[in-house]
Design a protein around this ligand. Structure first.
Ligand SMILES: [Fe+2]
Length: 152
């Protein structure tokens, strides 16, 4: 497979591992609402989901997505939704940051993060099964080179 798509795949793989750890922490927090240490570890792990690497990942995907829109490829609705997803994740990341400062209630935190994780999995699924294969099929070598020049 294309090296840039491989890089996106590898990033997803790392995120999935991170999410698995986050879920385990959530499970503990739900069962022991006083688990303050687990909570701060949880927010530390969440930071990885809205740091620079995450922003760059989305920007790289958008380069590919815009290139795909410029081809003759039939565009699946899920691919159209990806841009909106990326914007939504940015918003949710901001909400999570606020939660850390304002909410002490473990259940509220856990519910919000659970919802985020569900959306994130669904998003990665659409990218890996619909978006990336379409890009691999339709983008020209010249387009990939152009993307590579702008890649972060
Ligand atoms: Fe992605």
């Amino acid at each position: 497979m294309n090296a840039l798509l491989n890089e996106l795949h590898a990033y997803h793989h790392d995120v999935a591992k991170n999410i698995t750890q986050i879920k385990e922490l959530l499970r503990r927090i739900r069962h022991e609402p006083d688990a303050g240490d687990d909570c701060s570890l949880l927010f530390k792990k969440l930071e990885a989901l809205h740091g620079d690497a995450e922003r760059h990942h989305h920007e790289n995907e958008e380069l590919i997505r815009r290139a795909l829109l410029a081809t003759e490829a039939p565009i699946h609705q899920r691919v159209k939704d990806i841009e909106r997803d990326h914007q939504a994740f940015g918003r949710i990341a901001g909400q999570l940051k606020m939660l850390e400062d304002t909410t002490k209630e473990a259940r509220v935190i856990a519910d919000t993060i659970d919802d985020f994780i569900k959306k994130y999995y669904d998003h990665m699924d659409a990218e890996e099964n619909i978006f990336f294969p379409a890009a691999a099929k339709w983008l020209s070598d010249a387009q990939w080179q152009d993307i590579k020049r702008q890649w972060r």
